[in-house]
Design a protein around this ligand. Structure first.
Ligand SMILES: Cc1cc2nc3c(=O)[nH]c(=O)nc-3n(C[C@H](O)[C@H](O)[C@H](O)COP(=O)(O)O)c2cc1C
Length: 368
């Protein structure tokens, strides 16, 4: 069905077609029966592949990556596409309009997007109102960030406010220090700054867990544009500060394989196919250091079950997609879950950790 709509959507400006699609989905859910139809078209047809990560029970390991529903305005329609979980946001303390338009570009030949949205969002207060109106259909991560005009030395205050505000309603909280479109944000990944940020968030999480009688995991979302030594250092900080998960990766400022593409000269973060190998490399480096002690949420260029399997073998325990949803439509979710389930069956594995062990063992045997 998406194949019919795609030419129309792709004839429009990317951001307009994004807004239009979410708007139409929201309207459709006001018509009795259409939500149930969407649910039965997608969720019902997505195989069950239950996993438990960060203490959360998920019906399958494929989630929606942050940035598509920044305002928690389309929760039920998106969950009904068959996702195992959704990550909403990035939400900042105060509403902000983001960078000037035009700020999103398609590179169709490579199934890629470049965006420099700049955290356009309605702010925490309206986000929470929207979320309070949404039915809880699957686990929800909430991705928090800082406002553009908050000076670097006050960044921590924005994250603390975000953490405290979303804690009661989130199933996990993603701390975004990796968007390339907010000046200075990615400097928060530097060792000393990151150590201070993680220590503060962790101790606040302890306080909040006691206050609310409920432990909500924290995941750190990192960039793909890090040197191996920095990835190792971040992994060690995550362990030292007992952070619950890491999301790898955000969009890249590099342009791998797109050196001759005119659109690729646009500034912003690149997502989709060209990001795939870079993101997988970061996951592999993280896994080397973490060795399963902290789960990895793998994201970046996943468009097929093979791409998903590559991320799982590299060390991912959960997966997220964004750009593939734009290029391939909701069927991508079902196809990825079905393909991963079938790869698990043919390996005789009951968990991703076991799949990695069996795969490593068979690779070792082939080599010796
Ligand atoms: C238009 C657009 C907006 C995004 N906004 C956010 C955001 O607000 N916060 C965030 O953490 N990631 C954001 N991302 C990054 C995605 O969550 C994801 O990490 C990245 O796109 C790589 O996955 P993909 O190749 O499957 O798209 C955005 C991506 C796109 C394409």
């Amino acid at each position: 069905m998406y194949r019919l709509f795609r030419p129309l959507l792709f004839s429009l400006d990317p951001e307009l077609s994004h807004d239009l699609t979410l708007g139409l989905l929201r309207c459709a859910y006001r018509v009795p029966g259409l939500g149930a139809l969407n649910h039965s078209l997608h969720t019902h047809r997505t195989p069950s592949l239950p996993v438990e990560v960060m203490g959360l029970q998920l019906r399958n390991p494929v989630g929606l990556a942050a940035g598509l529903d920044k305002n928690a305005g389309c929760v039920a329609p998106l969950a009904d596409l068959g996702f195992g979980f959704l990550e909403l946001g990035t939400v900042t303390p105060r509403a902000q309009s983001g960078n000037p338009k035009k700020r999103m570009y398609r590179i169709e030949t490579d199934e890629a997007l470049i965006n420099r949205m700049g955290f356009n969002n309605v702010g925490l207060e309206s986000f929470l109102v929207n979320l309070s109106r949404a039915p809880r259909v699957c686990p929800l991560g909430i991705n928090i960030g800082k406002n553009r005009d908050t000076p670097a030395e006050r960044a921590l205050d924005d994250y603390l406010l975000g953490l405290r505000s979303v804690y009661p309603v989130a199933d996990y909280i993603a701390v975004n220090v990796s968007s390339p479109n907010t000046p200075g944000l990615r400097a928060l990944q530097e060792q000393e700054t990151l150590a201070a940020l993680l220590a503060t968030l962790k101790s606040e999480q302890d306080v909040l867990a006691r206050t609310h009688g409920r432990y909500v995991p924290i995941a750190l979302k990192i960039a793909p544009d890090l040197a191996d030594a920095d990835i190792g250092a971040i992994a060690r900080l995550l362990l030292a500060h007992r952070i619950d998960a890491v999301i790898a990766t955000n969009t890249t400022i590099a342009r791998p394989g797109l050196e001759n593409d005119v659109t690729a000269r646009q500034s912003g973060g690149l997502s989709g196919k060209p990001l795939r190998a870079l993101a997988t490399h970061v996951i592999r480096q993280l896994y080397r250091e973490l060795a399963g002690r902290i789960p990895i949420i793998g994201v970046g260029g996943i468009g097929s079950a093979e791409d998903a399997w590559e991320k799982i073998l590299a060390g991912a325990d959960l997966l997220q997609i964004y750009t593939a949803l734009i290029y391939r439509g909701p069927a991508a979710v079902r196809e990825i879950v079905a393909g991963v389930a079938s790869a698990m069956r043919s390996l005789g594995a009951t968990s991703f950790a076991e799949a990695r062990t069996i795969h490593a063992e068979s690779t070792r045997k082939r080599v010796t």
